[in-house]
Design a protein around this ligand. Structure first.
Ligand code: 5RP
Length: 225
């Protein structure tokens, strides 16, 4: 099974967690794209779902598929949010933000009563940071000074696209902070939030209700506790 097939399998498994009718957070990234395709098919078949997109890209995709969407302003009462992740540890803590949507994703995640994370097996690790850097969204003003402060925690690299700084939907920049395996993700998250200029971190701690991990043997359903 290739990675894309595994992502599709995880995306389909997430449909089991959707309400008969209600509000669904729509994640960002290649796995979430597959999930949004499935939501589009459900809506066309008559299911009454309202989407809350976590990025302009997810909004555009869902809109094109005819999925009714809530305004970006909120407030929302979200039954379930389905999103991907870059890394998942044994406690189901996550690193997210590979697609640059971490701030919106975290806002929608916190507004959802249940969060379903869809990944293929390559995303699992024992400790966060083994595989991925931690994306950190920062305000543009003084970002190089913010980056200098981030050096106390690891090696920050400004994310660029086509040779220019990548600008998020929220208008911020992203530094990918390589810090190696993280002993205490909660302490790191708190410390990073204390740096002026930091808007949000890609550490999603205790925020996954269920992680659906797809691989050749099917879909494993992992839940906390
Ligand atoms: C976007 C994200 C994505 O969920 C994460 O990067 C996983 O992406 P993919 O499904 O393409 O592997 O956090 O900001």
């Amino acid at each position: 099974m290739d990675q894309n097939e595994a992502k599709r399998l995880a995306a389909r498994a997430a449909l089991d967690y959707l309400p008969a009718q209600g509000v669904v957070g729509l994640g960002t990234g290649s796995t979430s794209r597959l999930f949004i395709e499935e939501v589009g098919a459900l809506v066309r078949a008559g299911r009454a779902l309202l989407g809350v997109p976590t990025s302009a890209a997810s909004r555009a995709q869902a809109e094109a598929l005819g999925v009714p969407l809530a305004s970006d302003d909120g407030p929302w009462s979200i039954d379930v949010c389905v999103d991907g992740a870059d890394e998942v540890d044994e406690r189901l803590n996550l690193i997210k933000g590979g697609g640059g949507a971490l701030t919106r994703e975290k806002i929608v995640n916190h507004a959802a009563r249940k969060n379903i994370i869809i990944v293929d097996g390559s995303k699992l690790s024992q400790r966060l940071g083994e595989r991925w850097a931690v994306p950190i969204e920062v305000v543009r003003f003084g970002h190089a000074s913010t980056a200098a402060a981030l050096r106390a925690f690891g090696e920050p690299t400004l994310r660029c696209h086509d040779g220019k700084p990548f600008v998020t939907d929220a208008g911020g920049l992203i530094y990918d902070l390589r810090c190696g395996p993280i002993d205490d993700p909660s302490a790191l998250d708190q410390a990073l939030r204390g740096v002026p200029g930091v808007v949000e971190t890609g550490l999603f701690l205790g925020r996954a209700s269920v992680v659906l991990v797809a691989g050749a043997d099917g879909v494993a359903r992992l839940s906390r506790g």
